[in-house]
Design a protein around this ligand. Structure first.
Ligand SMILES: C[S@@+](CC[C@H](N)C(=O)[O-])C[C@H]1O[C@@H](n2cnc3c(N)ncnc32)[C@H](O)[C@@H]1O
Length: 251
């Protein structure tokens, strides 16, 4: 199934390639930098235990409200419209004190859905029917019924869930794109992540942009490159339309 939102760096187009490289037998599936969860939603079930995690509290609050209060969230959203004026209002309102989690989640959902490239910052000017988007949340609630939702930094999450039968899928902010995310991801966090993955008991699969820094950092692991088309560039200029992504594994 599709995710219910787009997200910067979302793996909508790459998820088939990623999932087909997962091991056959997984006891627990841990999505460490979950974002919109495109890989999680890419399969009916990855494992007996599934965990979705992201450090972004607004995003995790939205996932939790869908899982535990879907009907109330849909009701809150039924009063909302896709318009530039409301977009600007939601931006100033969604994090003020006194809002309930459901009110915050509804505003954040509208911001993601109606912003340009899901960046939550600028209005996207795209005609979208709110009622269709809202109805789809019922399906997402069903899919999340047995998924554990966490809001932790990757290092503490890995410590808690790493076991020999675990598969950790990680999709951190790409090297050089850290500033596009709400969560702070300093350059040193790429090293911190690599250190946290060295010597884990379970398996990991990591997606990254292809650059020398990351290749050097992970040189002791299996690194595979995948050639992709830039969605927009490819339409206008064939020469520059292809680029590489890396899939890095410890198995
Ligand atoms: C490339 S996006 C993930 C996209 C996701 N795979 C998808 O398909 O939508 C990277 C995510 O990592 C999260 N993130 C940033 N720093 C993190 C940290 N220290 N621990 C866990 N997640 C983090 C960001 O909030 C962001 O949602």
């Amino acid at each position: 199934m599709n995710s219910f939102i787009g997200w910067i760096g979302g793996k909508k187009l790459l998820r088939k390639e990623i999932i087909q490289r997962f091991p056959d037998k997984i006891g627990r599936y841990i999505e460490v930098c979950g974002g919109a969860g495109w890989v999680l939603f890419g399969k009916e079930r990855h494992a007996e235990l599934e965990v979705y995690n992201d450090v972004n509290g607004d995003l995790v609050n939205l996932f939790k409200c869908i899982k535990y209060h879907c009907h109330e969230l849909q009701r809150e959203l039924s009063f909302m419209l896709n318009s530039r004026e409301l977009f600007e209002d939601f931006k100033t309102q969604y994090n003020v004190r006194g809002m309930t989690d459901i009110q915050r989640a509804a505003r954040f959902f509208m911001l993601v859905k109606t912003s340009y490239g899901s960046d939550v910052r600028s209005y996207g000017c795209v005609k979208k029917d709110v009622s269709v988007m809202v109805e789809y949340l019922t399906k997402i609630q069903e899919r999340l019924a047995r998924v554990v939702i966490e809001n932790k930094d990757f290092e503490s999450l890995i410590k808690v869930y790493d076991k020999p039968d675990a598969l950790l899928y990680l999709d951190p902010p790409y090297y050089g794109t850290e500033k596009y995310y709400e969560a702070d991801f300093p350059k040193d966090d790429h090293k911190r992540l690599c250190e946290a993955l060295k010597g884990i008991k379970g398996k990991f699969l990591l997606s990254y942009n292809d650059c020398e820094y990351i290749r050097e950092l992970y040189k002791e692991f299996t690194i595979e490159e995948i050639c992709r088309n830039h969605n927009l560039v490819g339409r206008y200029n064939d020469k520059d339309s292809r680029y590489n992504e890396l899939i890095i594994r410890n198995y």
